[in-house]
Design a binder for this molecule. Structure first.
Ligand code: NAP
Ligand code: HSE
Length: 434
């Protein structure tokens, strides 16, 4: 039985996908069962880097989504609309879906999965997180027997590239971002990457699978990397840390025996100890560290974006569907491949987070400043692990502190009081420590 593919989008990932489908030699034999039947794009006159007959191109994507001959729709156009409507329309017409669209899945996943389960079709999303890294299927299948405690990831290649270059060259954020745009790593509008929004979409999807519950995007605390300076990276280095944009989803300690999951869900630049497995993930690479019981720690590492790697994930979803359709005897939703969660996870507010902090203060260079900082911290139960004064800049002293574990709400109160001290000029940076 051959399967007819409706490919929506023939850009970076769509082209990589078509190239795999058109050169099946040496790959899984099921690929030969997949026929590129129709291709939907915005501009038919564009020159394409793949040899597909122009006769099957159209700009009418809805016609593909509703074509009775199409078996699987591959949504690779990106963005929210028309991607969401096309996916829903295709499901309504009984098509299986493969998508790389984390923005749509993190926002409209519940609506899409419900429609798919009702209709008895699959929605596969391996390429939506970590590009070519297999992490979605492992979470659904191979790790499914574990009680997952945490998922911590570097899941945005652009920001990891920027932070790596800042660290290696002492360069400033704006200069490296401009370079990343020139090299084509960062998009012309880099907002979703540098503000952490792309990472937020991805951790919503990972948390949804790891903790078996729906996630509201607005419950995820999110800070991007714009405020990370070369000075912070240098201090972090001296203190034996590197700074990474981490996506963290964790079961709260007091939620372990609760019937309702309470999760920490956050995205922010983080000081990572140099000895930690995520500290050495550099450039555009991604990695996801999953900790569970009984497996302990397992880390997935690889290319988090790019045409070929992302297409590898897309086509793996396609052959999964092809394999099931060939052998299936049970009715779908398939217990391992489908997403059938009904309830929303409960999230702990960020002020309840217990973590270590790094803070950098610019102060008057007068006696007793460190004592005053210490007094404010003590008042709110903030215990200091290290205090470093590095010298005078523009007649101001620069003091860097790292705290022991402290509740975020308490630390914020201490900072408010410190900010009001007459010896304090400013608090340029506050970052969390892993
Ligand atoms: P892209 O290069 O911009 O390609 C988008 C394709 O969709 C183009 O072929 C474009 O047509 C077509 N398209 C867009 N809007 C359309 C519309 N309204 N009607 C008809 N056609 C439309 O995007 P991409 O980088 O391949 O990304 C595709 C998806 O994969 C996105 O969801 C993205 O987040 C995800 N993803 C990408 C990467 C990556 O490395 N690029 C990695 C992981 C996930 P034209 O060619 O005619 O312009
Ligand atoms: N903009 C994303 C990144 C693409 O830089 O990781 C892959 O999802």
């Amino acid at each position: 039985m051959g399967l007819k593919i409706g490919l929506l989008g023939l850009g970076t990932v769509g082209t990589g996908t078509a190239k795999i489908l058109l050169s099946p030699q040496g790959r899984h034999p099921l690929i030969q069962k997949l026929e590129i039947y129709r291709v939907g794009v915005r501009d038919i006159s564009k020159t394409r880097d793949v040899n597909i007959s122009p006769n099957i191109f159209t700009t009418d994507l809805e016609a593909i989504a509703t074509d009775p001959d199409v078996d699987i729709i591959i949504e690779l156009i990106g963005g929210l609309e028309p991607a969401r409507s096309l996916i829903l329309k295709a499901i309504e017409h009984g098509k299986h879906i493969v998508t790389a669209n984390k923005a749509v899945i993190s926002r409209y996943g519940p609506e899409i999965f419900e429609a798919a389960n009702k209709k008895g079709v699959y929605v596969m999303l391996e390429a939506s997180v970590g590009g070519g890294i297999p992490v979605i299927q492992p979470l659904k299948e191979s790790l499914g027997v574990n009680r997952i405690h945490s998922v911590i990831g570097i899941v945005n290649g652009t920001t990891n590239y920027i932070l790596t270059r800042m660290q290696q060259e002492g360069a400033d954020f704006a200069d490296v971002l401009a370079d990343a745009q020139r090299l084509g790593y960062a998009e012309a509008d880099p907002t979703a990457d540098v503000e952490g929004l792309d990472t937020k979409d991805k951790i919503a999807i990972l948390a949804f699978l790891a903790f078996d519950g729906l996630i509201k995007l607005e419950d995820i605390y999110c800070e991007g990397i714009r405020q990370v300076t070369a000075a912070d990276i240098t201090y972090a280095e001296r203190l034996n840390f590197v700074i990474k944009l981490l996506a963290i989803a964790k079961r709260c300690p007091n939620g372990m025996n609760s019937t309702i999951d309470k999760l920490e869900l956050r995205v922010h630049p983080t000081l990572v100890p140099k000895t930690h497995p995520l500290a050495s993930i550099n450039d555009v690479y991604n990695a996801i560290l999953i900790e569970g019981e009984p497996i302990g720690q397992v880390m997935f590492f690889g290319p988090g974006a790019g045409s070929g790697p992302t297409a590898s994930a897309v086509v793996s979803d396609m052959i999964n569907i092809a394999a099931i359709l060939q052998t299936e005897t049970e009715p779908i939703p398939h217990p391992l491949l489908s997403c059938t969660h009904q309830h929303y996870c409960e999230t702990a507010p960020i002020k309840e987070l217990v973590t270590r902090f790094y803070a950098r203060f610019l102060t008057k260079d007068s006696p007793g400043v460190i004592g005053k900082l210490g007094t404010c911290c003590g008042k709110y139960n903030v215990s200091l692990e290290s205090v470093v004064q590095t010298g005078i800049h523009d007649q101001l002293a620069e003091i860097v502190v790292v705290t022991h574990n402290v509740q975020e709400g308490n630390f914020r109160q201490a900072l408010q009081e410190i900010q009001a001290l007459d010896v304090i000029d400013s608090i340029p940076s506050v970052l969390r420590v892993l």
